[in-house]
Design a protein around this ligand. Structure first.
Ligand SMILES: [Fe+2]
Length: 371
């Protein structure tokens, strides 16, 4: 696959407003559902997908107008909300009481599997959230009984095979239609209960990130200067006390990376695919596999460009001179990914006294390499 097919400018996104059964409910519609990497959990055959290639996780997006609600549903793999615009109420539980937290731009929350969750746009304009879903096959979703009943009242049905039958369009409901059976209220009441405090532990607010300016071997080198903050999993950080919040395995790693104006991350590669979402600023991404190609990505208040870098591809990141760059890095699985730095960076860092210890973490050369 060509590099250019892995560049997903925000302006290239296409959405479906009929991805899910709630499209027929006025309080939930219109909802724009995006599938950037993988088809996600969309139940529409017409769902546009930017990049279908398996990554071990999937990236989608959702945009809704003020007051619109995404009703309760359950996932079998992780669902991580990455808010880039607006204020959203995240709701969960429904067993029977609803619990809520609020998130805003830059905040990320990892919803546990096997609970009913929903969200509402609390702002006064369209908001946007990226969603990361665990694994290449999510196993689909379960809608709650109230949503299924409300859709039926509108003449819209969901089959066990997750097909939507809209009788308002003249389609007849087959007599032998094998309809989806939602969980009963008592089954929902029997699901694990997560308190507000426990959900807050899974919410990584942008304003409370723990940045380290020593996260990568090249961080202190001239014209570099990146800082890194853990969100979920261990990711690519090379600082040994970089600790994400303790959580059950999520299935992916996320880290925020901040680069000063004109700074960058020097040439390196990682043995797994990496997805970058530019939150703020302008990124020049140089990829080389024999010949080099350069892509410019940006993040503003209204759009956030995405790129999927193939495994083992040499890359260099640089922020524009005009402003700070803030990027979210997504890597499959919770565990650590080791960075293969260009030899020139290894040499330059060593000259400053920095090398990596036997565990792959940055250390002063005076203390390692004695054996
Ligand atoms: Fe969801």
């Amino acid at each position: 696959m060509r590099f250019q097919d892995r560049f997903i400018p925000f302006s290239s996104l296409r959405y479906s407003t009929q991805a899910f059964i709630d499209f027929c409910l006025p309080e939930c519609s219109p909802k724009k559902n995006y599938a950037l990497i993988g088809p996600g959990v969309s139940q529409s055959l017409d769902q546009p997908v930017n990049l279908r290639e398996a990554h071990g996780f999937q990236v989608g997006g959702v945009s809704m107008g003020p007051g619109k609600v995404n009703p309760p549903h359950l996932h079998f793999t992780c669902e991580v909300f990455i808010c880039t615009k607006g204020t959203w109420q995240i709701m969960w539980g429904f067993n029977p009481e609803i619990k809520t937290i609020e998130i805003g731009a830059g905040d990320i929350v990892a919803i546990p599997t096997w609970i009913y969750r929903g969200f509402k746009n609390l702002g006064n304009e369209d908001g946007f959230m990226f969603t990361a879903l665990g694994r290449d096959d999510t196993g689909g979703i379960l809608w709650g009984p109230d949503t299924i009943d409300a859709a039926k009242r509108h003449g819209v049905y969901l089959t066990k095979a997750h097909r939507i039958i809209d009788t308002r369009q003249g389609v007849k409901l087959p007599l032998d239609a094998d309809l989806f059976e939602p969980m009963t209220r008592s089954e929902i009441a029997g699901l694990r209960d997560w308190s507000v405090e426990q959900m807050q532990e899974r919410c990584i607010a942008f304003e409370k990130l723990h940045w380290t300016a020593e996260g990568l071997l090249d961080s202190r080198l001239p014209n570099c200067g990146s800082a890194i903050a853990p969100v979920i999993g261990y990711g690519m950080c090379e600082k040994r006390d970089h600790l994400p919040r303790p959580m059950n395995p999520i299935g992916l790693s996320m880290e925020w990376i901040k680069v000063p104006p004109g700074g960058g991350i020097s040439r390196h590669r990682i043995a797994s695919k990496q997805v970058l979402i530019v939150f703020r600023g302008s990124l020049s991404l140089r990829l080389d596999e024999g010949e080099h190609e350069e892509y410019r990505l940006s993040g503003t208040d209204d759009g956030w460009d995405v790129f999927s870098i193939p495994a083992n591809t040499w890359r260099e990141l640089r922020a524009s001179a005009e402003g700070e760059l803030v990027v979210l890095s997504l890597l499959a699985s919770d565990d650590r990914k080791f960075i293969d730095w260009d030899q020139s960076t290894v040499t330059e860092a060593a000259a400053m006294g920095l090398i990596r210890d036997a565990d792959g973490y940055i250390a002063h050369r005076r203390f390692v390499g004695r054996a």
